[in-house]
Design a protein around this ligand. Structure first.
Ligand code: TPP
Ligand code: MG
Length: 668
């Protein structure tokens, strides 16, 4: 068999595995996996610098299948190139407990870098990965000793390019000149609802990317391996701009009836069409999951991968010997933890002074920045407002990988890029920030950060009615509650500057998922911790802040800007002879994770008169106040006026909280 025959047979094996797996599962997306088999084959066997035996090798090239629905394409290639993914695993495609879920999932399957499926995310994650590569390369590489030097390959579909998030991230990739990004756009002119003639034919995609600063090439046929190869080599040679290769393909090729039909996107081809396609490709139509002799040997990458990694290991060893301090830093960063001493370095804020938690955050960041030297991030054009910055850290640009990323007004891409920074590894830990009200604009990425368990920080400021004059468009009402609804996302709304310091500590120390910090625009009284409990209670999610003498008959629960309101009301009620406890509950998720005994200690089940005070929708609070409790919240939109006035009008006053408490005590 000639080499060309082997290539052809290998590519057809990918197609046949994709058809078979989808057919067996009776669900999935065969068409694009089949059509793009030549591209995936060429990337994985020739260009991608990877080692199937060690998918976590730090300097490997990254590969992202942004068109996650074509997951079988990647599974088939991972199997054939030697990853820990067996033929049986492919046969279990989309089944309970299998290594081959319906869309690729990070941490679940060897060789999958990020979870994809929500279109537009993967290609945006790739931008973050390339930024991580740039930052770490600048930090660690020394002349003649490159230890961070790898590319990020992406396959994207029409949907990826249609989704706005990809336009935002492409704009940033162009701005920063991320030459390590090589993206392939599958120009198959078809989506689920039919031809792109109806929805995506006027826009010139190649021109759009060129206008965004990308190096753009076109390959007329994905079947033309030589042309593809040439384009990839040219893309590699362009190092000052990201590359897009527009590749014309025909969905489900070479299926005789399904090719170029939208039906082939998301449904099995059917037994007859699978058989007909196999006949065309010279495969036995009676058999499934067949890998012809010679294909494993031809596609296997363990040998090439081991050699590539060994070469790097040698450079790394030489670098380690020449630069022991850098190596020690590398090892510390590789732990994923802040440097020792972080807790002691956090500032303690004096009582009395009013400090907005966003301002406290700025001070806290300066205090800890040396303990997380590879932490980078930024705001969506709101540094002046969210106060998130590493002073002296420099800006991230096309010429310098500073610690402060100017994301511009691109919340959604910021979310996906921060996820990419985290997924790359070595960035401990990335963050993104904007107004809380615009967390909606990045929610798709935030959800994925939680699903992937990425250790990232979302910093959202201007957290309630306290935003004031900007009015209802800028006053987040339902946001904290709907963020709490995302599993595995910890949402912390600190009640004063010292709680903010502990909130940051929790965020920096969490390793298995994202943490959201909800900070205030307006000043909050810094509580006198000699009179109330230590803010360290934040680490348990909730704690008894203060209580009057005697067994409590009433519990007031506060978060964020409403904490001191709850405290003031509690003290006033105590002065009237009531036995009152005030609980700070800045992080519901952490509190819920505490042992029942601790939770009962803080919120004694016997005390049924409980009031929660939070300037947001009441949804979710019933769990903590119980069916006999009450909630001072906001179940309508806000209002344009000075913040104090809006708070007062909406019932966030000591008088109202006292009145509601007394009414509750009457009822209970
Ligand atoms: C954000 C998002 N919206 C919708 C979907 C559902 N969906 C999956 S694939 C797809 C479009 C398919 O067209 P294309 O992206 O061109 O992929 P192809 O069928 O050509 O492989 C859609 C709408 C999704 N996965 N993500
Ligand atoms: Mg398409």
């Amino acid at each position: 068999m000639t080499d060309a025959d082997l290539r052809r047979q290998s590519i057809d094996t990918i197609r046949s595995l994709a058809m078979d797996a989808v057919q067996k599962a009776n669900a999935g997306h065969p068409g694009t996996a089949m059509a793009l088999a030549p591209l995936a084959y060429l990337i994985y066997t020739k260009h991608l610098r990877h080692n199937p035996a060690d998918p976590a090798w730090p300097d490997r090239d990254r590969f992202v299948l942004s068109a996650g629905h074509a997951g079988m394409l990647q599974y088939a290639v991972l199997h054939l190139t030697g990853y820990d993914l067996s033929l049986e695993d492919l046969q279990q495609f989309r089944q309970w407990g299998s290594k081959t879920p319906g869309h690729p999932e990070r941490g679940h399957t060897a060789g999958i870098e990020v979870t994809t499926g929500p279109l537009g995310q993967g290609i945006s994650n790739a931008v973050g990965m390339a930024m991580a590569e740039r930052f770490l390369g600048q930090r660690y590489n020394r002349p003649t000793h490159p230890v961070v030097d790898h590319r990020v390959y992406v396959i994207a579909s029409d949907g990826d390019l249609m989704e706005g998030v990809s336009a935002e991230s492409a704009s940033l990739a162009g701005q920063f000149g991320l030459g390590k990004v090589i993206a392939f756009y599958d120009d198959n002119r078809i989506t689920i609802d039919g031809s792109t003639e109806i929805s995506f034919s006027v826009e010139d995609r190649a021109a759009r990317y060129a206008a965004q600063g990308w190096h753009v090439q076109t390959v007329a046929a994905v079947e033309d391996l030589d042309a593809l190869d040439e384009a990839i080599e040219a893309a590699k040679a362009v190092t000052d701009r990201p590359s897009l290769v527009v590749v014309r393909s025909h969905i489900a090729y070479p299926a005789p009836h399904a090719t170029d039909t939208w039906k082939a996107h998301g449904a099995p081809l059917g037994k007859d069409e699978v058989a007909a396609t196999k006949r065309l490709m010279g495969f036995d139509p009676e058999q499934s999951f067949v890998v012809p002799a010679g294909v494993y040997a031809h596609m296997g990458q363990r040998e090439r991968g081991a050699a590539l990694q060994a070469g790097w290991q040698e450079r790394f060893a030489a670098w380690s010997a020449a630069f022991p301090a850098e190596r020690a830093d590398w090892d510390q960063v590789a732990t994923g933890k802040p440097r020792p001493g972080l807790a002691e370095a956090l500032p303690v804020f004096p009582a009395g002074e009013g400090v907005a938690t966003r301002d406290a955050g700025k001070k806290i960041m300066q205090a800890f920045k040396g303990y997380v030297p590879t932490m980078i991030g930024g705001a969506a054009d709101l540094v002046e407002s969210t106060k998130t910055v590493f002073e002296g850290g420099g800006l991230f640009s096309s010429t310098h990988a500073g610690r402060n990323i100017p994301f511009g007004i691109r919340e959604h891409a910021m979310g996906a890029i921060v996820n990419g920074l985290a997924a790359h590894g070595g960035i401990v830990k990335p963050y993104g920030s904007t107004f809380l009200v615009f967390s909606d604009y990045m929610r798709g990425a935030v959800r994925l950060s939680a699903l992937m368990g990425l250790p990232v920080v979302w910093v959202w400021t201007h957290d309630s009615l306290g935003v004031g004059e900007d009015g209802p468009t800028h006053q987040p009402i339902e946001h904290v509650a709907v963020l709490r609804a995302i599993p595995n996302l910890w949402v912390i709304r600190p009640g004063d500057a010292n709680e903010a310091a502990y909130a940051w500590k929790v965020a920096l120390e969490r390793e298995d998922g994202p943490v959201a910090l909800i900070l205030s625009r307006q000043k909050l009284a810094t509580l006198d911790r000699t009179e109330v409990a230590s803010a360290a209670g934040v680490e348990r999610g909730g704690y008894v802040l203060w209580e009057s003498a005697g067994t409590p008959e009433l519990v007031l629960i506060g978060t964020g800007s409403e904490l001191s309101l709850a405290l003031d009301a509690g003290r006033a009620l105590a002065a009237q002879g009531r036995a009152v406890r005030v609980v700070s509950l800045p992080c519901v998720e952490l509190f819920a994770a505490q042992p029942q005994a601790y939770r009962d200690e803080v919120l004694p089940p016997a005390v049924r008169a409980r009031i929660a005070v939070e300037a947001g929708i009441t949804m979710g609070w019933h769990r903590w106040v119980g069916d006999a409790g009450d909630i001072v919240g906001v179940d309508r939109f806000g209002h344009s006026a000075p913040g104090d006035r809006v708070f007062a009008e909406y019932g966030f006053s000591v008088e109202n909280v006292i009145a509601r408490a007394l009414a509750l005590l009457e009822r209970a």
